[in-house]
Design a protein around this ligand. Structure first.
Ligand SMILES: Nc1ncnc2c1ncn2[C@@H]1O[C@H](COP(=O)(O)OP(=O)(O)OP(=O)(O)O)[C@@H](O)[C@H]1O
Length: 451
């Protein structure tokens, strides 16, 4: 009896057949997957941008501006307020939602538009409270070089559009920290240097110093000196430290990147990361540097929100970051403080601070200068009378207070007559002038929660 006799032949045959089918299936699958890998490697191009990269915002802006792209938007509304709190300027900033979208690109000479898959993903917020986000662009290409060029072209378009928007000839960009990253807080009209009233030629002297630094890398390299410059502006509140930084940035066509040293979430690694990743052509401002080591450990102790956080930048962390060798080429760092006596001499030694300037309450020249800034057509004698009035009340006043007073007196005669109001030393007192003038823009100090 053959094997067939007991029916084993049938079973074996069936088994063999099934095995063969399975094998063919597996080989087929394998073949398909190999083919897939081959095509993916050679005929598709992929670009991934994470939100820690500066190009992320550019790409979001570019995608949002494409009419052919998507109708699924998420909105980020930005606005500016007057000092009275009224909303002055409102912008709806549309961005593609998280998910998959498609772009259609047709280059000159191409017949059929090519689809580009755009995937925006977002994960849960990390400890820094910032969600991790990515944009992945993916498309077909005829070869790797063409794919790479295609991706770079889109990136370049996004960059050019973003740069055109932040035209630094008329405006100054203010960046702030958002967890580990920098984000654009505001774009402001440039503040003219002439609006800063210091002692004669003082602004020019500081600007000259900055200009002799910018673009002089070869000299620094030749001398073996790290190519960076540190400034310290210290002194009375409301004396023009931040205002001067804004004006200097405008002159240099630089942006401003603010780091609030009193931020509870700041620690050594975050601080170093931020310094190294600051946007290009930026003046980095460490506001209220004396607050960096205020006993924050105590503040956050026992507060669940700060569980696991180290509680601020350490002294050595700050010095290491300032001295850092990575990415400090061409860095301009300005530290400000109202309390220079609280600063450690190691922090302000030459090399870390190359230029220090004290800001005081208004000098006679500044009082006259402020008067003439508000009433440029007044004769010098009016400015002199105003000064005499201010000093007769023995008022030692800040420039900020003087400015607030002038804003409430649009009439030079009223301004000269009312100087008794300046005698009060409380800078928080509002002036009840009949003719208040709204300030033109939000001040830098607003972004540090000072206004
Ligand atoms: N020297 C100045 N020239 C022109 N405006 C000034 C001057 N000083 C202060 N101001 C005005 O006063 C306001 C406050 O100034 P600013 O924020 O620059 O002071 P600050 O010295 O940085 O104060 P703080 O130490 O509190 O941060 C601004 O509106 C600014 O325009």
């Amino acid at each position: 009896m053959g094997l067939e006799g007991v029916g084993m032949g049938d079973g074996f045959g069936l088994g063999l057949g099934a095995a063969a089918v399975a094998l063919i299936g597996r080989l087929g699958n394998r073949g398909l997957s190999m083919m897939n890998t081959y095509i993916t490697r050679n005929y598709t191009a992929k670009l991934e941008i994470t939100n820690s990269d500066i190009a992320y915002e550019w790409m979001l802006g570019h995608l949002a501006s494409r009419r052919d792209f998507t109708a699924h938007y998420q909105i980020g509304t930005s606005f500016k307020k007057t000092q009275a709190g009224a909303i002055k300027k409102l912008d709806f900033n549309l961005q593609p939602t998280a998910g998959t979208h498609y772009l259609w690109e047709k280059k000159p000479g191409e017949w059929i538009p090519r689809p580009i898959k755009v995937e925006r993903t977002r994960s849960q917020p990390t400890a820094s409270n910032v969600p991790f986000e990515t944009i992945i662009l993916e498309t077909f290409c005829s070869n790797k070089t063409e794919g790479r060029e295609r991706m770079l072209e889109i990136l370049e378009t996004a960059r050019a559009e973003a740069f055109a928007k932040m035209d630094t000839s008329m405006t100054t960009q203010i960046y702030g920290t958002n967890g580990q990253e920098w984000s654009l807080l505001s774009t402001q009209s440039k503040r003219p240097l002439s609006s800063i009233i210091l002692d004669p030629m003082e602004c020019e002297r500081i600007l000259k110093d900055l200009k002799s630094f910018v673009g002089n890398k070869a000299w620094y390299d030749g001398m073996g000196i790290p190519y960076r410059r540190g400034y310290l502006f210290y002194g009375t509140p409301g004396s023009g430290k931040t205002a001067l930084i804004t004006a200097l940035a405008g002159e240099l066509k630089y942006s401003i990147a603010l780091i609030n040293m009193a931020d509870h979430m700041m620690d050594d690694s975050r601080f170093l990361h931020l310094l190294n990743k600051a946007p290009p052509d930026t003046i980095i401002v460490l506001e209220d540097i004396d607050c960096a080591f205020q006993d924050r450990a105590k503040l956050i102790e026992g507060d669940k929100r700060f569980a696991g956080m180290s509680g601020g930048v350490t002294h050595s962390g700050l010095l290491n970051a300032i001295d850092g060798v990575t990415n400090s080429d061409g860095r301009i760092l300005v530290m400000t403080t109202n309390y220079i006596e609280r600063l450690d001499s190691a922090l302000i030694r030459p090399g870390r601070v190359d230029f220090a300037r004290e800001f005081k309450n208004a000098s006679d020249a500044q009082i006259c200068g402020m008067f003439l800034r508000f009433f440029p057509d007044s004769p010098d004698t009016h400015a002199w009378n105003f000064l005499t009035g201010v000093r007769s009340h023995n008022a030692d006043i800040s420039m900020a207070r003087l400015q607030a007073y002038m804003m409430s007196h649009r009439d030079p005669v009223k301004a000269m007559e009312n100087t008794a109001k300046l005698a009060s030393n409380t800078s928080s007192t509002a002036f009840d002038g009949s003719d208040p003038v709204a300030p033109p823009e939000l001040e830098l100090s607003h972004f540090l929660g000072k206004s």
